[in-house]
Design a protein around this ligand. Sequence first.
Ligand code: PEP
Ligand code: MN
Length: 338
Amino acid sequence: MIIVMSPNATADNLSKVQRKLLDSGLKYHLSQGESRTIVGVIGDKNIIAGLQMNSFDGVEKTVRITEKYKLVSREFHPMDTVIDFGDGVKIGAGHMTVMAGPCAVESMDQLLEAARCVKKEGAQFLRGGAFKPRTSPYDFQGLAAEGLQMLRRAADETGLKIVTEIVNINDVELIEKYADVLQIGARNMQNFQLLKEVGKARKPVLLKRGISATISEWLNAAEYIMAEGNMNVVFCERGIRTYETFTRNTLDLSAVAAIKEISHLPIIVDPSHGTGRWQMVQSMARAAVAADADGLIIEVHPHPEVALSDGDQSLTPKNFAKTMEEVRAFAKLMGREV
Ligand code: PEP
Ligand code: MN
């Protein structure tokens, strides 16, 4: 249920509503709009069904949400969410955020070379996995804690922020120490225990779409994170599994429009995993900007031919520079800056 307070509701009206919810054993989140406060009620659906909140002073209306997700929905938060890192870097609402770097952190030299390149071309975030969820147990699994330290060093030397994947519920504290954004990978989109843990973290979460996840399942995954109190969630469309085999995945750009219709949260696009082919990354990056995505996450490797993971979809620094040139031009056309 969502409770919409009237524009002239007093602080006392609101606190009576809050007290009633807590006394009923429910939790809530407040969304402060331009003229009114919206209260998103969460908890046992049978208790919520019995609530009579319309009779409270200052309540304009209540909206029963039939879908399972509430906090992610535009009914709860009509304005676009903007995640503000406080130093000019923002994700959402007109900002075009670019995250780029290698699939995996392999060495300090590799990472620094990638970081210098992506910074020069205008990215705000350095990406790179220290914990890699690989399909085969014999493939490179990542440098773990050492990789996180390398990420921090490379990011500090170049003035970038870090987005990196978390795969284990026990690593939240460790990764939060190094990263600016915690990435939940496609394989873990429905790892509900992990979603709850990052929901308690203070850092924003980049939530990649599951390999075969519907939009509704993806929204529910975000709801898991938000229900624990972390409101800073960014969706990432990274392609879904279809019958097509030419591409690694089928990049579903319609998901950008769908998410924007239903949710207030930002959404970025990953044309690297979305296609699996570096030759297609540039055009899909352009298409993502045209679809009004809030940003891009792109794999860039100084030497893709020797990459320990995802070399086939990684751009060389030269190709990344070309891609960014086009992304900037398209963003400008859309009235946005990179
Ligand atoms: C990655 O970002 O390198 C990654 C493993 O992505 P995904 O979870 O989308 O496969
Ligand atoms: Mn990858």
